[in-house]
Every structure is written in C-alpha cells, then in structure tokens.
Design a protein around this ligand. Structure first.
Ligand SMILES: [Zn+2]
Ligand SMILES: [Zn+2]
Length: 431
C-alpha cells in the first residue's frame, strides 16, 4: 500500500472507529409494559401492521392501514376482530410490527399528564394472554428509542438543553439498572413513575430527541459500576441520603444529602434546628429549584389541612389500630431535614414509623418527607385536624429535576450538573 493511500486508510479507520454505533439492531433491547390485566385491546397502525407469532416470528396476518383491530381472549388463545373480518390464532402471544420506522397505535392508554388517549409506539408491540382472560401489552424496542419517549414525559421539553441532557443520562441509567424489575409479568419496566414515565412516540419532541441523541449511550458509573441515577421532581432546597428515605438500602456514596444552592450566596446551614426547619419550610429561599420559570410554587413549598379521621384512616392502613388519634410528631430528622421517624400518639398505643418513604405513605401520600405537622383544635380534646406544610416533591434523592433546569440557566453543561447531583461518578459511553 502506498504511504499516501495508507494514511487515507488509517484516517478512515480512525473516523469509523470514532463513530458511535448507531445501528439499532445492536442496541440493548428493552421491554416496556404498556397495559396489564386487560380483557380487550384495540390497536391500529397508520401504515399498517404485520402480525407474527412471537416465538417463531412467522408472519400470520397483515392489518391494513387505519383499520382498528380488537384483541380478546378466546379458548385460551388470541382472537382478532375488526369491523370487516375476524382471525383466530392458536397462540397466547402475538407480535405486531409496523413497517420500518413506523408506529403501532394502542388505544386507550392512560397518560401521566393527558388522561386516557390513543398512543403511538415505535418498535414492536407484543400482546400476551396471561391466565384465561388477562391481556398484557408490551412495547419491545431499543433503549435509545425508548428514551425519546421518557425524557419529555419526565421533564418538560421546554427546559434548557443541558437539563434535558442530564435527564437523558439519568433516565438511561435507570432503564439499564431497573431492567428485569417486572420480569414476572413478562417485561422489564412499566411505563409509570413506578419505574419511569414513558409516553411513547406521542410524547416525543425535537428538544428532547436532541438531548437523547447528543448523549447517545452515556451513563454514570461509580468505581466502574453503573450508578443508580435516581431523580425526583423538586428537592425543596436540599437533597436526601438514600438510606434516610429507604432505611433498608445501604448508603450509596453518590446519593448523599447536599444543599441545592450556592452555599457562598445563601446563609442557610444544614442541619437546621427544629424551629429553623419550621421557618425554612414556610419561606421560599433562592435555591436552584426555586426559579419561577420552572418551579410550580405548589411543588416547591406546599401546605394542607388534613381532617383527623382521614389521617387516622391512612395511618391505620399502614401501622394497624392505635385507638383515637391524639398527636403526630416528627421525632427524628435527617441532616437534610426529612422526617426519618414519626411517632403516632394514639389513645391505645404509641407507634413509630421509620424512613421517609414509609412516613410519606403512612401519612396519606405526602408530597415529600420534608415537612412539619401540628394538631389543630382545643388543647383538652383530641385534634380535629392536622396542619401539614412542607418542601419539595418526590423522594428528593439524587438529581433534582427543577434544580437541574435552574443550573442549566447558569450556563452549566450537563456533565457538571450530573457531577453536582451524583458526586464521584464518571460519565462514560456504554455503547
Ligand atoms: Zn414499574
Ligand atoms: Zn432542588
């Protein structure tokens, strides 16, 4: 090979080697549960849909564009009907595939923001019969295409690009680490906030697509292992240790409680004394997740009055009967200010609830575990209600989504925002 030709060859090789693999066939596949426990499913495809037997991949039917097909169980197998025709398959599992790059429309899927609508999905859709009557619908697609439907569902796509990129990297890590969580039901992740919200192609937008494409394959690792990049809506001003929220978890070195503000600019030093905490929960300090452009005021600071019978009912459901409800006290706060322990004073028993997650649930699904609670009523009688006021929204462990948008406004890039919320982690490309 002539030396000039050799250099051209080497340069070409270097160029090809440097290109990220973008062949969808080689990306990790992921199975997302769209619907469970259905007795009837309606589907269509704007460009038609091919139906395969899921095991053998043998094509058994073609659904014409625009026609709606209903799938119901019949004699232990799947029956398809449309207005015009009917098919019956001696199988419990079918795969529906649109033409290359096309969509399958699943009708009547409840969205996170937009109620029950018909949703479009990329990739394939499997319909599985479980037991005699219960149908499950699963979207099978590659991880990057999945993320195009997650990022805009988890964060408004009007947020700055750097914040959407932070969301893309965190969501990619959650997809990989949570894969298999719903194995028993036949899929990897569900499409709700239990795993992370996935709205399919219907929710895609140009901004969030750009965030996914520009972070292609990137995840955070801690000491060479995939990091559990947890995130939640609004930390209220201070993030939370994972073991304070979930006491059965081991402390993760990168999920540490930290101020979500510039400590040089704001005189607020955690841990706060109980009285200071009450003040902090009532006022609105200038922190990363308190920017009017991004934070809904009700998510950053909130309050409610809960009638005693209502509060008692949710407490009893979690911790059993304790007689008449006399008081609820925060008896231990973590450094971040969340209630790590709450004591319920009943006429028949004294009960303690530990860990932010359990506290939130037992108190009827509070917006966050960073709160104060006080009885309302005459001091010589059981309280008629309780006043609750608090900060933030969600578990507040890891990345603060609204805070990430606030930091992006200060021209921080996504790498530096990720390191702020997941200290000690490295940004690496997985594929
Ligand atoms: Zn789930
Ligand atoms: Zn925050």
């Amino acid at each position: 090979m002539g030396s000039r030709l050799k250099w051209v060859f080497l340069a070409l090789l270097a160029f090809v080697a440097g290109q990220p693999e973008r062949c969808a066939g080689e990306l990790p596949k992921i199975r997302i549960g769209l619907l469970r426990g259905q007795e009837r499913i309606a589907l269509s495809g704007p460009a038609g849909v091919t139906i395969q037997l899921a095991r053998s991949h043998r094509v058994v039917a073609w659904l014409p564009p625009g026609e709606t097909w209903h799938i119901t169980p019949q004699r232990g197998a799947l029956r398809l009907t449309s207005d015009r025709s009917e098919e019956w398959f001696a199988t419990r599992r079918l795969r529906l595939l649109p033409p290359e790059g096309g969509l399958v429309t699943v009708q009547g899927v409840e969205g996170h923001w937009d109620g029950i609508v018909d949703r479009d999905y990329r990739g394939g859709v499997e319909v599985v019969l479980r037991g005699d009557r219960s149908l499950t619908v699963i979207n099978v697609l590659d991880t990057e295409t999945y993320l195009r439907g997650v990022v805009p569902s988890e964060m408004p796509s009007r947020y700055p690009l750097a914040a959407l990129q932070v969301q893309a990297v965190a969501a990619r890590g959650q997809a990989l680490i949570k894969a298999g969580r719903h194995r028993r039901e036949g899929f990897d992740l569900c499409r709700t906030e239990h795993c992370q919200v996935y709205g399919g192609a219907t929710s895609e937008s140009a901004n969030s697509d750009q965030a996914v494409a520009s972070t292609w394959g990137e995840v955070l690792e801690y000491e060479g292992r995939l990091a559990d990049t947890l995130y939640s809506s609004n930390c209220g001003g201070h993030t939370v240790n994972n073991e304070d929220y979930w006491p059965d978890q081991r402390p993760a070195p990168y999920l540490r409680a930290a101020p979500d503000f510039d400590e040089a600019a704001l005189a607020l030093e955690f841990p706060l004394l109980e009285q200071e905490m009450h003040q902090y929960l009532k006022y609105a300090p200038v922190v990363n997740c308190n920017r009017p452009r991004y934070a809904r005021a009700s998510k950053f600071r909130w309050w409610s009055v809960v009638p005693s019978p209502e509060l008692r009912e949710s407490l009893v459901a979690e911790i059993g009967d304790f007689g008449e409800l006399l008081d609820v006290r925060v008896t231990d706060r973590a450094e971040s200010g969340i209630a790590r322990e709450v004591t319920v004073v009943g006429s028949g028993a004294l009960r303690t609830i530990r860990g932010g997650a359990m506290v939130r649930r037992a108190l009827g699904g509070l917006n966050s575990a960073a709160f104060a609670i006080e009885p309302i009523g005459r001091s010589d009688e059981p309280p008629v209600a309780f006043a609750v006021w608090g900060a933030g929204w969600g578990h507040q462990v890891g990345m603060c989504q609204v805070g990430a948008a606030g930091l992006a406004d200060e021209q921080r890039d996504y790498g530096s925002i990720l390191v702020k919320y997941y200290p000690g982690c490295d940004l690496v490309r997985r594929y």
